[in-house]
Ligand binder design. Sequence first.
Ligand code: SAM
Length: 398
Amino acid sequence: MKSHSTNSSRKNFISDARWRDFGKHFLRPENNHDESASQDFYLEMYRFLGKELGPARKKIYELKIKKEFINKYGYSPKNRHQVRKAVKNNPFFQFWGHMRSNINQEMFYKNQLIVDRQIENLNGKARVNQKSMGTLNLNPDLKVPKYQSFDMHWMPGSYYTEKFEKGDISAGALYDSGGIFLMTNGSLGPFNDGAAYSLINYLKSYLPKFKPNNILDLGCTVGHNTQPFKEFWPDAKVTGIDIGAPVLRYAHARSTKMGYSIDYSQQNAEKTDFRNSYFDLVVSTMFLHETSKKAINNIFKESYRVLRPGGLMIHVEQPPFRYFDDPYEQFIRDWDTHNNNEPFWGPMHDLDLHKMACNSGFKHKDIFEKMIPLVKPKLDDKFSLGIGEWFIFAGWKK
Ligand SMILES: C[S@@+](CC[C@H](N)C(=O)[O-])C[C@H]1O[C@@H](n2cnc3c(N)ncnc32)[C@H](O)[C@@H]1O
């Protein structure tokens, strides 16, 4: 077992970002003075609950709860489940949990109001001339998988709900504006694209000869982590797929107006319509943990099928629980599973991805996983390093 300290990835989610740090682009919902102030309040609350109250919460666990547990059972909590049961009735943990969960729900509610009051204008702005740039292919008959059919991390309507009959982009605007920037406390950079730049930074350092011509991004949402691949490899054909139409419309408009020709398509990553051996690189960022075990099996099989021999599948996530010896650290990392409407977070971080990739066609010797440096892009330096790391899981098709 490899022991990782709290100093790694999660600590990044408690940076000192301010709302004005958020990257401006033409589709970004406008905020008035009071709305900007409330966005700063949410950023500050996420930071305060993590950075200020986090250490106090740990102290209460170590000095009181763990001791009581040892007195009762004669041993320390052995895993995250025992820690969760032990802290359940402690008033501080209850208070902290209530605050954290409520702030997320309130943040989304407030941001939904911000999007709603200007949605007609945003929907209009998002109507772009499809002929000039990458394509947008929507499939109104695509079924939303069961593992996606609820308000993921309390985001009202999740990624797929259509609120208007024609050309709706609400879900995209909600995720790109308030959602991801606030939830991650600005740690992904002004345009929320730090995961892609972290991956590209790794690829250019460790695989400098690898130059993909045809790239697929699975679960691309608003294309924020798809665009960097087109920016870095401008001659490559880049495609993003997602199950949600409103996020894809937003992605297509956002990329087009930013000058990137990317094809977006509404498809389930478990079974796509791409032909065999079509892509050199299949990527995903922060995607697998919102899907089920069965879906990941299918996604690995599908990735293997659409990769050409010599191609690479690579996923960016948080590290599995086995990277952490301390059951308390595992419990903290599992918090969203039980309190933030992210039911697949915990189960996914327990999976044996290596075995699943082997069952999907990848050979044992061609599969690898590692921690890579976290890039936190700045406006003038896209590859500026932040604090912490990402976990990558990858397989070559040989
Ligand atoms: C956590 S979000 C965002 C991931 C995004 N790549 C990022 O870096 O922020 C996961 C996305 O995956 C999409 N998704 C979930 N299951 C999917 C599936 N089976 N096929 C395609 N997209 C899926 C969701 O609609 C959502 O937009």
